[in-house]
Unconditional design. Structure first.
Length: 158
């Protein structure tokens, strides 16, 4: 008979497989395509529109898409509307406005990769806000990630 400690230790071990199934590959691939193509579409839109128009058009397209789904709409109490508006500006409108202006100067692929560095900056800001230094392994990971961001950006400095 197996002891409870041995049973829980074996249950905690990850199941190892040799490869991903086609469905798992699709689940891995789809978000990257959706995320990455937005930068491509911004670059294409810059050929026809001013950078200042691209953000409102993206927001309008998102609004139109969500309007098709009743579950995406929920009434909000009046007292939270100013906070929601501020969050919408800080979290969506301002950052979304920066991408078209950035893509006038660097390629859409570099813009997308730099945007992918967001978790690095979130971790750094969170450690500053909480006044806690990350562990040695996390600090090493942050430095390696930031070094990668610098290496990705170097060709566009000229």
């Amino acid at each position: 008979m197996t002891s409870p400690a041995a049973a829980s230790a074996s249950a905690a071990e990850p199941v190892q497989r040799s490869s991903l199934t086609p469905v798992e590959w699709a689940r891995l691939f789809a978000p990257g395509v959706v995320w990455g193509t937005s930068f491509y579409f911004i670059a294409e839109a810059l050929d026809a529109f001013s950078p200042a128009l691209i953000t409102p058009m993206r927001i309008l397209l998102g609004f139109a898409t969500l309007a098709c789904f009743r579950a995406a709409r929920a009434p909000l109490p009046r007292e939270v509307l100013p906070k929601v508006a501020l969050l919408g500006f800080v979290w969506m409108a301002f950052p979304l406005s920066m991408f078209p202006f950035a893509e006038e100067r660097v390629s859409s692929s570099v813009t997308g990769m730099l945007n992918g560095a967001t978790p690095l900056f979130v971790a750094i800001v969170a450690s500053i806000i909480h006044r806690r230094v990350p562990s040695r392994a996390m600090t090493t990971g942050l430095f390696v990630g930031l070094a990668g961001v610098v290496l990705i950006s170097l060709p566009t400095l000229g």
